[in-house]
Write a protein that binds this ligand. Structure first.
Ligand SMILES: [Zn+2]
Length: 229
């Protein structure tokens, strides 16, 4: 995409949202009131607003490599993802949290091939994706010998479940879920087949929306409401 196309894109956006309708008049005078927090991967093919066709102000989005939620660690380190989650919950009082992972995730591939990643020139990636190490162990223990493609698909989904579990380590999220003020969702964008899958907390499988049949017979580690054992 030539760089000038990005500026042209802004002009299209400007015409639609500033000249044709008054969406930003309302959003600037009344502030933002998004109902959902979406935690998504940085991948350029996985833009939540585009994928979900949401309007400005509807979803509060934090993106990072592999859509990972780190565990609750209130220390003096720089927790960008946790800060965004905190603002969405405590500041904006969102009701739904969606962890949106996707197929062919480079971040998950870096986790799947962590020895290769560790030996690379990346300075921050190895440490970041190590949050998913337990997910990797679980996939390899439960499904030893999977072909690389299938192993990666399973790991992409297991990392979503790990992030859901990590969300429950935040005390104010756990409390909100238990009091039914907050609902967690694990979504998986299958970009090879153009499908959106939803994690079923009861059966521990990802299912296509509107289609209750399991997408595949790979059972994942169940969401354990904060139990990290
Ligand atoms: Zn990704």
């Amino acid at each position: 995409m030539p760089f000038s196309n990005l500026v042209k894109g802004f002009h299209v956006f400007q015409h639609k949202y500033f000249h044709e309708n008054g969406i930003y008049q309302e959003l600037t005078s009344k502030g933002q009131h998004p109902e959902a927090l979406v935690i998504a991967c940085c991948d350029s093919r996985n833009d939540p607003a585009l994928l979900l066709q949401s309007k400005p102000g509807e979803i509060f989005v934090v993106r990072n490599v592999a859509a990972i939620v780190p565990p609750y660690q209130p220390d003096d380190h720089y927790h960008g993802t946790s800060a965004a989650i905190e603002f969405a919950i405590k500041g904006l009082k969102v009701k739904d949290i969606i962890v949106l992972g996707h197929a062919m995730c480079g971040g998950v591939q870096a986790l799947a091939e962590k020895e290769k990643t560790a030996a690379s020139h990346f300075e921050f990636l190895t440490q970041w994706i190590s949050i998913g190490e337990k997910a990797r162990e679980q996939v390899d223990q439960k499904h030893p010998g999977l072909p690389p493609d299938q192993r990666q698909r399973a790991l992409e989904k297991e990392v979503i479940v790990a992030s859901l579990n990590n969300l429950m380590t935040f005390p104010w999220i756990k409390e909100g879920v238990e009091q039914q003020r907050i609902t967690l969702h694990g979504w998986y964008f299958d970009m090879m087949n153009g499908k959106l899958l939803d994690y079923n907390f009861a059966s521990c499988v990802f299912e296509e929306f509107g289609n209750p049949a399991p997408e595949e017979a790979v059972l994942l580690h169940c969401h354990s409401h904060g139990d990290q054992s």
